[in-house]
Design a protein around this ligand. Structure first.
Ligand code: FES
Ligand code: FES
Length: 170
């Protein structure tokens, strides 16, 4: 079965006609040519496909496009304001936190999402007391970024990049 939907991608309305089984990731990459979200595992396990979906980070490989008709989707290429990098992108550059092209767009989107979650006071599994506002120490950052994997072990600078973007200290 096919249907018409509309996604607002990086600020632009993108109408499309999709098979109802199409994932949001495939709609973005294969149908709309938005290639920063990557298909790593296609199983929700690696985070390479992470986008901001109505402001919250989501694995686009696990989302059906048709279930998000009308949604606002922001991918890594939509974060910058013209020539000016998003603070998280800037921080990744400054701290040499970039990984390969496969992992980095998802890492950046995930970092933007998780900083907003922490700012809103959402606890993670690493938050000592659920009633306290979370402090973004390294343990918190690692836990909150743990849904984004890579195979080469180049994680270490990401923690510093996220820490700086979040204005947090150890
Ligand atoms: S491709 Fe979506 S989590 Fe791996
Ligand atoms: S940085 Fe992408 S696999 Fe390691």
């Amino acid at each position: 079965m096919e249907t018409d939907i509309m996604l607002r991608v990086n600020g632009e309305e993108r109408p499309l006609h999709v098979d109802t089984r199409t994932s949001l990731l495939d709609a973005l990459r294969e149908r709309l040519g938005v290639t920063s979200p990557k298909k790593g595992c296609d199983h929700g396990q690696c985070g390479a496909c992470t986008v901001l979906l109505d402001g919250r980070r989501a694995n686009s490989c696990l989302a059906l496009a048709v279930a998000h008709d009308g949604a606002e989707v922001v991918t890594a290429e939509g974060l910058a304001a013209g020539e000016e990098l998003h603070p998280v992108q800037r921080s990744f550059v400054d701290h040499d936190g970039f990984q390969c092209g496969y992992c980095t767009p998802g890492q950046v989107c995930s970092a933007v999402g998780m900083l907003a979650e922490a700012e809103a006071g959402w606890p993670s599994a690493a938050t000592p007391r659920l009633t306290d506002h979370p402090v973004l120490d390294d343990a918190e950052i690692r836990e909150r970024m743990s849904g984004n994997l890579c195979r080469c072990g180049a994680y270490v600078n990401i923690v510093a990049a996220v820490r700086e973007a979040g204005g947090a200290r150890r």
